[in-house]
Write a protein that binds this ligand. Structure first.
Ligand code: BLA
Length: 244
């Protein structure tokens, strides 16, 4: 269902950047489950280049039951630009949830103007994909922008509307990265290190996929996947007390 989205991202990455493979901890790169009626596989890829310190994407294929494409792109610590976040989910073909955003590290006006306002033009073209849905797991005011695409939708809209929107957001993201001025002051860079780490902690502690991973691959694997790959800068110590 989302394979063309993964392929597009992959082609774009290889075309625009000098990518190096980043290691994925043993056992987390691929897994297969036969627990449900249909087999489920999960596969992940991870790269880096000068401008982007961590590029990761994951595909879950459980046939008709579930199709998920998830990705986060973390710019290098000397760029303050948002993270690129992608979360496309389809369950039993009936429930399709798509989220796409430039995830802001800061919320001040200058930051919004510089990195979020440019998304507006695209967002306005794809109004039907920006549904202002309520968030149950996350706080919409933390690490989400006001121009995120967030929609419950159908297969036809995914093909006809989400795909072009996705391409436009990605092109804008590359452009933003290209125009970004690298930070040089150590204190400024430290601020980004801290903000990206906080993003990992926040995301790991709330990730709504924990249950999905656990149900297919077990609790132990789910925790490892979250804290050692997806959000490796988060500390798992927070997990027991914070997970609801
Ligand atoms: C929701 N994301 C979800 C849900 C799941 C995932 C299972 C709940 C869907 C439901 O309502 O039933 C799945 N999340 C994943 C997977 C991974 C993951 C498979 O991290 C990792 C492989 N989520 C992101 C990113 C964004 C994001 C990068 O990982 C930003 C674009 C957004 N996912 C996001 C939002 C929701 C969601 C906003 C709705 C959550 C809510 O209601 O609070």
């Amino acid at each position: 269902m989302f394979a063309p989205f993964k392929e597009y991202l992959e082609e774009e990455l290889f075309r625009n950047f000098d990518l190096q493979s980043s290691p994925i901890p043993p056992g987390l790169e691929y897994n297969k489950s036969d627990r449900g009626k249909t087999a489920a596989t999960i596969q992940s890829w991870c790269y880096q280049c000068t401008q982007l310190r961590k590029i990761r994407y994951t595909y879950i294929d459980a046939g008709e039951m579930a199709q998920v494409f998830n990705s986060v792109i973390y710019p290098s610590h000397n760029y303050d630009i948002p993270l690129l976040g992608i979360d496309f989910l389809s369950f039993g073909k009936k429930k399709i949830l798509v989220v796409l955003d430039f995830q802001p590290l800061f919320r001040d006006r200058a930051y919004q103007d510089k990195y979020i306002e440019p998304m507006r033009e695209i967002r306005d073209k794809y109004n039907e994909l920006a549904q202002n849905l309520e968030m149950k797991f996350y706080d919409a005011n933390q690490y989400f922008s006001k121009y995120l695409l967030f929609a419950k939708t159908d297969t036809e809209t995914v093909v006809k509307r989400l795909f072009p929107a996705y391409k436009e957001y990605i092109q804008l993201y590359w452009q933003m990265l290209e125009n970004a001025e690298p930070l040089t002051v150590p204190e400024d860079i430290d601020r980004i290190v801290k903000a990206q780490k906080e993003y990992d902690q926040y995301s790991a502690d709330r990730d709504p996929a924990h249950g999905l991973f656990s149900s297919y691959f077990g609790e132990e694997w789910a925790n490892k996947f979250l804290y050692e790959f997806l959000f490796e800068d988060a500390s798992p110590l927070a997990v027991a007390s914070q997970r609801r």
